[in-house]
Design a protein around this ligand. Structure first.
Ligand code: NHW
Length: 398
């Protein structure tokens, strides 16, 4: 019989056992907000790793080692996230992984690999990094979980639940009891469901590789004209962020992010790590008022190329992803248009942004188009009374 596939809730043998919001509780406003399970004494946390199938063993990955970083890079390059049509696969660079996994106060024990015992080949990975996240009026120490990956040949063998339990155990050992993560798949239960929007910078290439299609009644030359951008940013005082800007940018960001229900809580050390420009990893620009020399506006994006699968002409799609942006004096529209201009100058093919924070206010006007597929945000062991709108989120995970 016909069923609307959108409304079918699958059973989740693993997730049903975890302290996360369950589908059956959606709409039950009698449940309290906050931790689902209380923290336990550290002595009660399981001391030994979970069991893996006999042919595999745990490894803790030293991301300072160029060799280990290459192993993780290659696992992800060949086995990480693809789009629904299997045309593109994320290709996080080694420099990016080393940055993403070693923020202030990181734990090497949260960089968890699985190796084949005989060959020592790395076949799976999961990671966490510590973060402070504001939820409502609380600031909660959390783990941000990312880069969960199982080699294509080992899929559907229930390895992922063991890896998630193992990272949870190691997070608990640091006396941290909550986590945040995003995924393209629906799991129990999203705190928000967001959409990616794409701003074409290099129309010819995007059309050639099948990322986008020529619009109805559009020619290539009209399309190129439509997406053309000025050569240089328009805002006086627009420049690259420098180390001396860390205090001012931190103030600007903290003030901006405090309005969202779930948001990153950045201090100066975090801003120094996450937002100071790093070549081919993260770019940050700000507006310094020519009169007062105050920092009034800020924008940033990170570099995440995708491998183009099976195209004879092109092998990589160079994508910039909107990160954190704050406009106080410049209009948000002009600030983000300047971000597009510098991204274009740097050779990006496309600029992507989620509909989080105030991004909705510039997406349509700056000619972003909605993507297919959604990104769901999740919290582990923290219940919110109801789901959030994307615009209530002040958090971007890599
Ligand atoms: S999302 C990207 C995830 N990675 C990929 O999509 C790469 C390509 N796919 C794969 O490598 C960003 C595999 O398909 C993976 C699943 C490894 C995804 N999140 O081993 P089985 C992140 O990294 C559940 C959570 O047989 P598999 C965030 C699935 O629902 N759960 O599947 C990561 C099912 O459980 P259920 C996911 O295909 C957040 C079970 O896994 C999931 O061979 C992690 C099936 O396992 C996903 N993306 O491997 C959670 N995809 O209950 C962190 C599938 O439905 C939680 N599953 O039966 C917090 C932990 C820390 C807490 C601290 C207090």
């Amino acid at each position: 019989r016909f069923q609307d596939s959108m409304s079918v809730e699958k059973t989740h043998k693993f997730w049903e056992t975890q302290p996360v919001g369950q589908f059956k509780d959606i709409g039950d406003t009698s449940l309290p907000e906050g931790p689902i399970e209380a923290a336990t004494p550290l002595s009660e946390v399981k001391q030994e790793p979970y069991n893996l199938p006999a042919a595999y063993e745990w490894t803790t990955c030293d991301m300072k080692s160029d060799y280990v970083c290459s192993e993780v890079y290659n696992l992800l390059k060949n086995n990480y996230v693809e789009d629904d049509e299997n045309m593109f696969r994320f290709n996080y660079s080694k420099e990016f992984l080393s940055w993403a996994l070693r923020p202030p106060g990181y734990y090497q024990s949260w960089h968890i690999g699985v190796r084949a015992k005989v060959s020592k080949k790395l076949v799976a990975f999961i990671s966490g990094v510590p973060a402070r996240i504001g939820v409502g009026d609380d600031v909660v120490k959390m783990a941000e979980i990312n880069f969960l990956c199982v080699h294509k040949k080992l899929r559907s063998k229930r390895l992922a639940p063991v890896m998630i339990k193992e990272v949870t155990r190691r997070v608990h050992l640091e006396n941290i009891w909550q986590a945040a993560y995003t995924a393209g798949v629906v799991l129990p239960t999203p705190v928000a469901t967001c959409q990616y929007w794409h701003r074409t910078l290099n129309p010819k290439k995007l059309i050639d590789v099948g990322f986008s299609r020529l619009g109805a009644r559009m020619t290539m030359s009209r399309t190129i004209k439509l997406y053309k951008l000025p050569d240089v940013p328009a805002t006086p005082g627009f420049r690259k962020m420098e180390p001396c800007d860390v205090p001012a940018v931190t103030r600007l960001l903290r003030n901006y992010l405090s309005q969202f229900i779930v948001a990153t809580d950045f201090d100066e050390n975090d801003v120094e790590h996450w937002l100071l420009p790093r070549e081919d990893v993260v770019d940050s620009y700000l507006v310094e008022s020519p009169e007062t020399h105050d920092v009034t506006d800020f924008c940033s994006f990170y570099t995440l190329p995708s491998t183009i699968l099976g195209n004879p002409n092109y092998s990589t799609l160079k994508a910039a992803y909107s990160y954190y942006n704050v406009a106080t004096k410049t209009t948000f529209l002009q600030l983000m248009n300047d971000a597009l201009i510098v991204a274009k100058q740097k050779g990006f093919d496309v600029f992507n942004a989620l509909d989080v924070m105030h991004n909705e206010s510039f997406l349509k006007e700056l000619k972003f188009g909605p993507g297919d597929g959604q990104l769901h945000y999740y919290l582990y062991n923290y219940r919110l009374r109801s789901a959030l709108k994307p615009s209530e989120l002040g958090l971007v995970l890599l």
